[in-house]
Design a binder for this molecule. Sequence first.
Ligand SMILES: *[C@@H]1O[C@H](CO)[C@@H](O)[C@H](O)[C@H]1NC(C)=O
Ligand SMILES: *[C@@H]1O[C@H](CO)[C@@H](O)[C@H](O)[C@H]1NC(C)=O
Ligand SMILES: *[C@@H]1O[C@H](CO)[C@@H](O)[C@H](O)[C@H]1NC(C)=O
Length: 307
Amino acid sequence: MIIKLHNWIYFLTTIMFIIEDLTVSSLGMVHITIPNAIQSGRNAILMCDYELEGDDLYSVKWYKGKREFFRYTAKEIPSIKTFHFPGIQVDVQSSNASRIVLNNVVPEISGKFSCEVSADAPSFQTHIVSGELQVVEFPEQSPSIDDIKQYYNVGDYLETNCTSNSSIPPATLEWWINDVPAHIEHAIRYDTVVDPISKRQTSILGLRLPLTNEHFYQGRLKLQCIARIYDIYEKDVTRYVEEQYPRILANSDNGGVHFSFISDRDAAGKSKSSVIQHHNTHLIMLVLLLVIHSIVNYHQIEIRIFE
Ligand SMILES: *[C@@H]1O[C@H](CO)[C@@H](O)[C@H](O)[C@H]1NC(C)=O
Ligand SMILES: *[C@@H]1O[C@H](CO)[C@@H](O)[C@H](O)[C@H]1NC(C)=O
Ligand SMILES: *[C@@H]1O[C@H](CO)[C@@H](O)[C@H](O)[C@H]1NC(C)=O
């Protein structure tokens, strides 16, 4: 009899567990969507999506680092509360249980943002997910290439610096030669320079390129420096340098002689020296005509004598 009662209790508790298991609700996946980089002064939209799967929502809390700055509580009126965090301005009108809008973002608020979702009774489950936001202060100017000469010889070193002024975070710089990224060994990295007051940073990338024949395409080399910050800022600067003694002439015997060959491939085709060349052609034709004329005259004279 005692054994039977024991079995009966065992059977009942098992049934109860099964029933509870079937009705238990749970908080599903929580997913956060944050722009990884955004320009300073803009409004940022941070989203937190979740599946309640039968639960009621209890609260959604947002943290910057470890500090809570926003709380949505479903059963409270008003449902949204904000807590002061320097630099964070929540647009309460545009925010709700699944997204928040931060107005006029500043670099100081860059870093880790977390969203914590809590379900109400009976599960009371809580999930927290995080993401990184970087507020970018664009450079004050486009990148610039330091002064370089216009003409170089094969065998010379092309040495210069590219600078991207005052940004947060510092811009990454890249050299491109004739539309191809420069070899890493020709780039010289320098530490960024931080402005102590604005905290903005200046990036400098050096170039030390030993020039070979292959660098000059039709006597010209295209030098480019590209500055980037995440995928929201990209600016470049382009310079052209020219070969001092173009190969055709350098290879011939009169190596030192420098014709006005360069101007022939100037974009502005009608340059001064092409005008000079036209004059030369006219002069040669004139001389030729004179020679022909005098030869013909000479023969005429001879013919007359024999008549
Ligand atoms: C929050 O607002 C956005 C945009 O207005 C809307 O698409 C979304 O459904 C809202 N979410 C909730 C939980 O009300
Ligand atoms: C490039 O900048 C660095 C750091 O300011 C400087 O030391 C170096 O002399 C510069 N190089 C050239 C070629 O101007
Ligand atoms: C970058 O900023 C410094 C001072 O912050 C200034 O001296 C320099 O001229 C600037 N460079 C350019 C290319 O504007």
